[in-house]
Structure formats: structure tokens, C-alpha cells
Design a protein around this ligand. Sequence first.
Ligand code: ATP
Length: 245
Amino acid sequence: MTALLSLNGLSKRFGGLAAIQALDLELHEGIITALVGPNGAGKTTMFNLVTGNLMPDAGAVSLAGRPITGLAPHRVARLGIARSFQDLRLFTHMSVRDNVLASLERRAWFWQPGGGLERRAAAEAALERTGLLPLARARAIDLSYAEAKFLSLARIMASGAKIWLLDEPASGLDPASRSRFTALLRGAMAEGVTICLIEHNLDIVTEVADRIAFLDQGRKLAEGEPDEIMRNPDLRRIYFGERRQ
Ligand SMILES: Nc1ncnc2c1ncn2[C@@H]1O[C@H](COP(=O)(O)OP(=O)(O)OP(=O)(O)O)[C@@H](O)[C@H]1O
């Protein structure tokens, strides 16, 4: 299977700290890959390197074989890579609908393909799918925690991006919202979206991920099927903080 997104020998230091070290990772089309690892493993840094929010010190990122290393974030977004943030970064004083519309780039006049009418239709469809249509006129600041998480997802959904990088998208959700959330991810995956998610909750990971890449101290220690990774006693020790001396 050819990779849609490939990271080859990616490295990033912050002063004396090696946050990402010679990381190789492939995201395959229509697959959900979870990045798992203890705090500070380098998971968010990896997203930042892909999206152009950080420049790598070494290594390359390619999209369908085309190098995209170090492109500016808006150019990466235009290539169909969307991301969410742990702190959501919503426009808190704008309406739910405007938050979704604001995530869509104005590419054409409203009567042209990709113009206003199409943007509005994409926004309405994303609001509908995430269950936010009845709240479309509410301000983002007035949403519950779970609703804000769904809004963050709606923004990505509406963008039509083919690769979604999600930073702890379902953390803190109640069980019912969590199942609704994971169903949306599986639905997107069935439509060909490629998802990489950072997640600390291992129940969510087992429920939703097809593959797991396990990171620790900037290195990929293991990669494979969820069952195989979860069973590995060494990884469990690292994850749950029982390091061997
Ligand atoms: N801009 C920065 N400047 C300096 N150090 C940074 C910066 N960003 C991240 N780091 C450090 O790099 C390491 C990796 O951080 P990163 O946020 O990528 O980890 P993570 O796996 O996402 O952690 P968490 O699960 O806690 O979110 C950490 O030690 C962090 O303190």
C-alpha cells in the first residue's frame, strides 16, 4: 500500500531537547492511525512539523510522493491537510455557523465552483452531521465542552480536507458523546479520509484506530495493530510511567 503522507527521518530539537528524533511514519489512505505515548513524547511537535507550524532540523514530509517539507501552514492546508488543536482555537464570540464558514477558504466568487454557495452547503452539511445545526446561531463561547469539540470537528469536516490531524479530539467527552464522535470518525474514514489522532485515552484508541504508532522521547518505539501494541508489556510500562532503570 502506498502512503498518502510520509515522514522520513524527521528531527526537531528545542535547544538541548530532542523533541523528534529521526522519525519515520506513513499514513495510509482511509486508515485511522493513533499516535500514542507519554506526555512530552513529541506527538504535537510531529503535527506541527507536518502542518508547517514548525520547521524540521532534518528529514522530509511528503504528500502522495510530493515533498511538502517546510511549506507555510496555509499552503499545507490548501493541499488538503487539516488539523485540530488541544485548546480548540474557536472564534469564541462568533456563531457556530460562522466558525465553520471561517474555516473555509474563499477560493472563488460565490457563483463559481468553490464559491460562497458551495461553502455554505459544506458548512451546513458539517453542522448537520455533527448535530450542531440547532445551535448554528449560538455563540461558540456558550457551547458545552462536548459541543465545542464537535464544532472543532465540524470545521475540519467542512473544509473537505483528505487528511485530518486531530490532537486529543475526544478527550474529556462523556461516553455517549464519545461514541457519537468515534462514529463520525469511522464514517469519515469510510469516505476515504485519512486520520491521524493523538489520544491519551486507550479505550478510544482501541475503539477507533486501525494502527498505532508509539512514541517516546521523540522516537517511534513501535508501530502496529492496536492489540499487538496494547499487549506489549514494555510499552505499557513506559506509557503508565513505570520506567525500567
Ligand atoms: N516550542 C517549544 N519550545 C521548547 N520546547 C518545546 C516546544 N514545543 C514542545 N516542546 C517540548 O518538546 C517535547 C515534546 O512536546 P510535545 O508537545 O510534542 O509532546 P506531546 O507528546 O504532544 O505531549 P502531550 O501528550 O503532553 O501533549 C516536550 O518536552 C515539550 O516540552
